[in-house]
Design a protein around this ligand. Structure first.
Ligand code: NAP
Length: 249
């Protein structure tokens, strides 16, 4: 008997993508595969089929959609992974299938926060005052812009080490989220940090650095999200499942 279930491609790299895979596996109504860029080694794989590595641009993704008989793309990529989201929208349109996105809500400043919004990595690196001790939490791919600032002290927290060697004025702290408020208080106090650099990734697993910064009156250089093409979007996994159901009405 032929497999009648619709096949969903989940673009992963986030906790929500993992939860979506778990949700679809438990639900059983869809066939699905999760794709990772392969930026970090996954500690444990999500439920269901997994593939790792780029597709080769929007054309490569379209070819994958067709060869793997994908019926819908569920883009649950990181808020800063704008390239893959753009490719997903273009490839799905070209293949004539729906693309729905999970857009994790951005963090908003609260009373007591001292955020300096900046539009990208280079602007963030330039915004750190000379002589400061900066906790930089932007990941490993773009840390070079900060390493180039030899007039500051850097504590760079990331999951895995960067491709380049850390210079003498930078210290790596290798750790995987989630981080508790106590973890963040201890890191900021223990390393004598006086400014925090963060992407506005949103979500709970790394929000405690912002609470600790607020408590300690630290300024935060907050990198705003890159633009993504318009898409039918949900803000949580359950809403995304509703969008997937709706697409197959
Ligand atoms: P990106 O700039 O959107 O994507 C660059 C290329 O990586 C894509 O064109 C694609 O290659 C490949 N790619 C990305 N996500 C993929 C996926 N789920 N499956 C297969 N291929 C994928 O994303 P990025 O370079 O990974 O990261 C950009 C920003 O997002 C960085 O600031 C990073 O810190 C942040 N971020 C990313 C992830 C993640 O898992 N990707 C997780 C946390 C944070 P092809 O064109 O060859 O298909």
């Amino acid at each position: 008997m032929p497999n009648e279930r619709k096949r969903v491609l989940i673009l992963g790299g986030t906790l929500e993508a993992r939860h979506l895979a778990g949700r679809l596996a438990a639900d059983g109504r869809y066939d699905f595969i999760t794709s990772f860029a392969g930026r970090t080694k996954e500690r444990s794989l999500p439920a269901g089929e997994v593939r790792i590595g780029g597709f080769g641009g929007a054309d490569g993704l379209r070819a994958f959609i067709e060869s793997d008989r994908i019926d819908l793309v569920a883009d649950a990529a990181h808020p800063f992974a704008a390239q893959i989201s753009g490719n997903a929208a273009a490839a799905a349109a070209a293949a004539g299938i729906p693309c729905v996105r999970l857009e994790r809500p951005a963090w908003e400043p609260r009373d007591g926060d001292n955020w300096k919004p900046v539009s990208g990595i280079d602007a963030a690196a330039r915004a750190i005052p000379a002589g400061a001790a900066a906790l930089v939490t932007v990941g490993r791919q773009e840390i070079g812009a900060f390493f180039a600032r030899t007039d500051i002290r850097i504590v760079a927290r990331m999951i895995e080490p960067p491709a380049m060697e850390a210079p003498p004025h930078a210290e790596l702290v290798l750790a995987r989220p989630p981080f508790s408020l106590d973890d963040e208080r201890a890191l900021i106090a223990g390393k004598d940090i006086d400014i925090l650099v963060s992407k506005n990734s949103g979500g709970r697993s790394t929000v405690n650095k912002l609470l600790a910064a607020r408590e300690q009156g630290l300024p935060v250089i907050m990198i705003e999200r890159p633009a993504k093409p318009a898409a039918l979007s949900a803000s949580c996994v359950e809403q995304l499942v509703s969008l997937i159901d709706g697409a197959f009405g």
